[in-house]
Design a binder for this molecule. Sequence first.
Ligand code: 13P
Ligand code: SF4
Length: 311
Amino acid sequence: MSEAIALDLESEIEALKKELNAVLLAHYYQESEIQDVADFVGDSLQLSQQAAKTDADVIVFAGVHFMAETAKILNPEKQVLLPDLAAGCSLADNCPADKFAEFIAQHPGHTVISYINCSAAVKAISDIICTSSNAVKIVQQLPPDEKIIFAPDQHLGRWVMKQTGRPLVLWPGSCIVHEVFSAKKITQLKARHPEAKVIAHPECEESVLALADFIGSTSALLKFTAQSEASEFIVATEPGIIHQMEKQHPEKTYIPAPPESGCACNQCPFMRLNTMEKLYLCMKNRQPEIKLPEDLRVRALKPIQRMLAMS
Ligand code: 13P
Ligand code: SF4
């Protein structure tokens, strides 16, 4: 896209924000231009907190479907727009509610904690929602003898088990993006950059997390790079976050962790479906819009409210 068109789209989006009384929320994995035009850029927890407290009439969500759906669950009276309805998530897509209900039935007496990366139907049969920012904190607040199912990300679940010392029954889901990082290639990279700190999202496989100097949600990784005395980082998460790292500390070096093959598969194909053009068009046409049956929304709301209260 030429700079002239990009600048034009930016001012069109700004004008539409005013016209619609809209708030534009963007996740750290969005392309840089979208992050720069957003009113708020954050991780899943921060974005749901912003959605819970906004007084805008329209929420435009530059993220993936489960994020916009969470905003709708919290704001039934507001219009929630998502630039591309096909922006899914491998975790949400591989945990269908009917199969998950069977899984829960196989483990009676368990409290069900579901990562926010799941559908409204899965949320509706969960007891508490969590994000990578608060998963440890939420598990720690439950009585020590409480039996827990954790879904749908097995790697995050295993990391939470390690942090809390609590056994969790894990749904075997994973993120297609965080699974591509190669422990072998990170080790080779680290040998060439011995001063670099390896930072990783807990959705990465255990072999990658074992190499990390710091593990955390996207916002925790950003905070770490800002506060650390180190000046070089190997970043094992979706490289969209590097835009904010560079904005905060342009003098530091951020090296995207290498995937197993030479592909660009460390970029989330779902997050990257959103573009400035689609963002502009969804605001102009006021669609695609997130819609939810009211009974499902009400059931999905409860575990989200428990999360917000426990965060
Ligand atoms: P965060 O909540 O850490 O931003 O994670 C969202 C996500 O989808 C990670 O892949
Ligand atoms: Fe889902 Fe992974 Fe994309 Fe996050 S990076 S939205 S977990 S597919």
